[in-house]
Write a new protein. Structure first.
Length: 270
């Protein structure tokens, strides 16, 4: 690693304020994520009854937003204050956390490539659990609907996966009007319709499977995502590389600033 040499040891203002600028963006983004997540929970009444968080068996997308917000807020705050106050402890915490996240991402990518069948099974299990909770949370419902509409898919492996949901289950015990149907996001859109028909999936699965293709998407979302990845591998790789470079740049700035501060404290000239 290259450092500039000074006649007397000093902290580089360039690295100091570049690291501060780098982190202020993440800190502000963390504030925005936290605000959006807390607002969403407030609208759903979760803040007044926190038991609703544990009552949902599927994924609440707001939890993910809040976790990302907390991580970005904490790291951004540590980086900003550490740079301005030249605090080695905060800078080391920031640097170590970024390095840990980077290694975690790298390990996840390698393991996902090596154990594709295991990952596929976990994704299938995760999707099925969220199908069960489809009507329990509006954010989860919107997330699944968006996934199905964008990828032209239905269910984890196919439309029959909607039997996991009590409202869409074909069981004779079900009294739901949606019985033996699928959500509207599974329906093949009609270009002539300007208003979305939210009842287009009613009773679809009571018909023979040969008739489904004319009305709904029959491909499962797992297969759709597996087909999407090879077509967009360069985009995915580009995003991963861009994120990795940002993280490496942050680590470089933090390590350089730490070295400058330690040199000043030790009274050693570069």
């Amino acid at each position: 690693m290259h450092y500039y040499r000074y006649s007397n040891a000093e902290v580089s203002c360039w690295y100091k304020y570049l690291l501060f600028s780098y982190n202020i963006v993440f800190w502000l983004a963390g504030v925005a994520f936290l605000a959006a997540g807390l607002w969403a929970w407030s609208e759903k009444g979760v803040l007044s009854d926190l038991t609703k968080v544990t009552g949902l068996h599927g994924l609440d997308p707001v939890v993910l937003v809040l976790v990302v917000g907390i991580v970005m807020f904490t790291l951004g705050f540590a980086g900003c204050v550490g740079a301005l106050r030249e605090n080695i402890c905060l800078l080391k915490f920031f640097c170590g956390a970024i390095m840990f996240i980077f290694l975690l991402e790298l390990a996840a990518a390698v393991l996902a490539f090596l154990f594709q069948d295991w990952v596929r099974d976990r994704v299938k299990e995760f999707f099925e659990n969220n199908i069960k909770s489809y009507r329990d949370d509006i954010d989860l419902q919107n997330l699944i609907d968006s996934l199905q509409k964008i990828n032209h898919c239905c269910g984890a492996q196919g439309p029959d996966d909607w039997d996991f949901n009590i409202y869409f289950n074909c069981s004779s015990e079900s009294k739901s009007r949606e019985k033996c149907g699928v959500p509207f996001s599974c329906c093949i859109p009609d270009p002539a319709q300007k208003v979305v028909n939210t009842q287009c999936g009613y009773d679809v699965r009571k018909k023979s499977k040969s008739e489904w293709e004319n009305q709904i998407f029959v491909k499962g979302c797992i297969l759709a995502l597996e087909a999407w990845l090879p077509r967009n591998i360069y985009i995915v790789a580009g995003v991963f590389i861009a994120i990795s470079l940002l993280q490496i740049f942050g680590i470089f700035l933090a390590r350089t600033l730490i070295a400058d501060i330690e040199a000043v404290k030790a009274g050693i000239a570069f």
